[in-house]
Ligand binder design. Structure first.
Ligand SMILES: [Zn+2]
Length: 301
């Protein structure tokens, strides 16, 4: 008994002075990573200016099931003001995809769907719902396996709004992976229904987009049972330096968002880039971290 008391007392002794700064630095790094410390020099991934005063979930929380330990959440620093411009579009996309996800049997979407239904029955929500139904058509529903599932309401999505939400997610992912601020206008994007993806992929299988995202080195982060972020970064030397070609697949329940963007290497902070860079070879290519693992790029919030 005495031995264990002594052992305990010993372990509680203050650390040697030399160890303290290192421990403090590690704690500070950890706290900064966890978003507990907001550096005044934090860059907003949306406008590229400093003093971001919040952390934005990427993808937005509203488009995913409630947070759980099974699915880590990625966040990126942003100004509250910059982020608030996007909230109406994000709400629109939520209204678009969650009911469909619930209809097609994604259990985790059901609680979000109930929330949306309650919101629609309030004044502001009712207006949204009316706008939503403006161009609706009655359609025959099919299960993902192609079986008839009755009649339903088909909505013609406002594609530009869906694209804006998808592009913002892409910008958040790039900032998270590479600390680079990318302009929205540089991102080429196409939203697709998930149910059409496999036939499009088969038809266009030789396209670079599908090929690179099928590569085993493609990075994959699950952010819900039916939601994932896939991305690949490929470096190309040019006369004026290196450009990173990047492709993204953002899967949110029934929505598949395909996007590509070229990122100049000088906009990437190399020390923060979470993927290996072999500049000795002509074409350097991603692959997660030093050991070929997925980057532990995760904030649990
Ligand atoms: Zn900003």
């Amino acid at each position: 008994m005495r031995w264990s008391m002594a052992f305990l007392a010993n372990s509680l002794k203050p650390k040697k002075a030399a160890q303290r700064p290192l421990i403090q630095a590690l704690a500070l790094k950890k706290m900064t990573e966890m978003g507990l410390i907001r550096s005044s020099k934090t860059i907003c991934y949306l406008c590229g200016n400093q003093a971001a005063d919040s952390r934005d979930h990427v993808p937005p929380k509203a488009l995913l099931p409630p947070a759980s330990d099974d699915y880590p959440r990625i966040t990126a620093p942003a100004h509250i003001m910059c982020n608030s411009n996007a909230s109406a579009d994000e709400e629109y996309v939520r209204d678009l995809i969650i009911p469909e996800a619930a209809l097609f049997g994604h259990k985790e979407a059901e609680s979000s769907f109930e929330k949306i239904w309650r919101a629609w029955s309030r004044d502001a929500g009712w207006k949204r719902y009316q706008r939503f139904l403006k161009d609706h058509v009655i359609v025959e529903l099919k299960t993902p396996e192609g079986l008839y599932a009755g009649k339903g309401i088909g909505i013609k999505p406002e594609i530009e709004r869906v694209k804006r939400v998808g592009r913002k997610i892409v910008r958040g992912v790039i900032f998270h992976d590479a600390q680079a601020v990318v302009a929205e206008t540089d991102i080429v994007a196409a939203p697709l229904p998930v149910r059409d993806v496999s036939s499009i992929k088969t038809k266009d299988s030789r396209e670079r987009y599908w090929q690179s995202l099928s590569d085993p080195s493609c990075l994959h982060t699950m952010c819900g049972p039916a939601s994932a972020l896939r991305r690949v970064y490929i470096g190309h030397p040019f006369d004026q330096g290196i450009v990173i070609e990047s492709h993204f697949a953002i899967i949110l329940w029934t929505l598949y968002f395909a996007a590509s963007v070229m990122i100049p290497l000088d906009s990437v902070k190399k020390e923060d880039f979470k993927f290996s860079i072999d500049e000795t070879s002509g074409e350097w290519i991603r692959s997660g971290g030093k050991n070929g693992q997925q980057p532990a790029a995760v904030d649990r919030q």
